[in-house]
Design a protein around this ligand. Structure first.
Ligand code: SAM
Length: 285
């Protein structure tokens, strides 16, 4: 396990993933009934962008800084509304306006859940687990385990709340991680088919992603969206050219939000390519 998210925190892929995550959490808050969140690969919770690691790659400069930094292009009002739950969390972590802290998924979840809600975070890396546990200590709604995130899909689903979100965000260090992710998702979905699931993936080459999408189509998973943002030409599979998510059972307003948001993100964050995809693998009935 070599992957450390601190090198990538706040990059373009985090922006897309976390905007979507916060929009779904905002939607879940619309009903008073409690909801549950499972984050199978949690990371450390929040990230110091002034740290040596974050400065070494500077990836956040082409992500959050381009999107919301002081020299960013003006954001149209409709887009502002879509990204407001995400932007509000970032603002509250950085009240001075300069970017020092970036919220990982656990921090976003902690800040966007209510007293009645509950979240479960899995982090296998010992140091990262300790950092995460420390950052959430004292919050009785937030549960952290140092264990294999893939196991949690069986152990925690279905949740007693019967509503909520599962984020599956592995590091993609293993060659067969796309297949493994879909298989693990299918095992979870079998136990709980009404939850919202977000499955994050990198786009280096097309083929792996197409195979994963086909697996979802073959399994007949209804109400499944494919969302992608490509910022570099796909002429080498050695770098992160783009990013995507499969979203199963998205809130019904999310498709319309993404239709507006994705072209804006492609224009704002794109480099040698500026492309986005929004398609149903299988439409809701
Ligand atoms: N979800 C986080 C966010 O959005 O802020 C980022 C997570 S990062 C992409 C993936 C994390 O998974 C790393 O912190 C890594 O240590 C952890 N990890 C790797 N293998 C794991 C496993 N089998 N189970 C749980 N965590 C794992």
């Amino acid at each position: 396990m070599n992957y450390r998210h601190i090198y990538h925190a706040g990059n373009f892929a985090d922006c897309l993933k976390h905007i979507i995550l916060s929009r779904i959490l905002q939607y879940l808050q619309k009903k008073d009934k409690p909801f549950f969140v499972l984050d199978t690969h949690a990371g450390i919770g929040s990230y110091d962008l002034t740290s040596e690691e974050a400065r070494k790659t500077g990836e956040w400069q082409d992500g959050i800084a381009r999107l919301l930094g002081k020299d960013a292009h003006p954001v149209p009002d409709l887009i502002k509304e879509i990204i407001s739950p995400y932007a509000d969390v970032i603002k509250s972590l950085n009240p001075e306006g300069e970017y020092f802290f970036y919220p990982g998924s656990p921090k976003l979840v902690q800040m966007m859940t209510r007293e009645q809600d509950r979240a479960f975070f899995m982090e296998k890396h010992q140091e990262d687990f300790k950092t995460l546990a420390k950052s959430l200590r004292g919050d009785h709604r937030m549960h952290v385990r140092q264990d294999d995130g893939w196991l949690a899909l069986k152990a925690t689903l279905p949740p007693k709340e019967r509503r909520g979100l599962v984020l599956i965000d592995p590091p993609f260090e293993e060659p067969d991680e796309y297949r493994r992710m879909i298989e693990a998702f299918l095992a979870g979905y079998k136990r709980w088919s009404t939850g919202t699931y977000c499955l994050w993936y990198p786009i280096k080459a097309r083929r792996d992603v197409d195979v994963a999408a086909q697996m979802l189509a073959d399994a007949g998973i209804e109400n499944c969206l494919r969302v992608e943002l490509v910022i570099q030409k796909l002429d080498t599979a050695k770098r992160l050219n783009g990013t995507g998510l499969f979203i199963i059972n998205p809130p019904f307003t999310l498709h319309a939000d993404l239709k507006l948001l994705l072209p804006f993100l492609a224009k704002t964050l794109g480099q040698t390519a500026q492309r986005s995809t929004l398609e149903w693998i299988c439409e809701p009935k």
